[in-house]
Design a protein around this ligand. Sequence first.
Ligand code: CTP
Length: 132
Amino acid sequence: MKKVITFGTFDVFHIGHVHILERAREYGDYLIVGVSSDALNRSKKGRNPIYDQASRKKIIESLSCVNEVFFEESLELKRNYIEQYDADVLVMGDDWVGRFDEHRDQCEVVYLPRTPSISTTEIIEVVRTQEP
Ligand code: CTP
């Protein structure tokens, strides 16, 4: 069985998230997703996500293309997670291109193009600035 692993926050779930997860799954037979914890987000972006980690995990678990979900507690632990979950392929969006090449000794590393014109940050901004 070929196992694929990917990581992300997946806050305010949107179509770009569906696209990357469906395409990631096509690289193997079993898709594992590391959903970043609330604490990791606070340290990375200085704020809590809109949806808490339990909700974000549950949403990702409900997708038919996803087989297993865990919390990513630290960016420094990628090497451990890839090993622990015995991943054959690491898939990341191309906003991260080159950043994970150090894992090529562990598994195949694939960067997929992002879906244009949508992001969690943009959705939050649109909602925030909308007239009542
Ligand atoms: N992603 C994508 N296309 C988009 C947005 C995200 O393919 N339009 C991918 C990212 O490349 C990543 C995964 O979805 O591999 C999770 O991304 P995440 O950072 O959670 O979503 P964003 O919408 O980029 O969130 P933010 O705006 O907060 O960075």
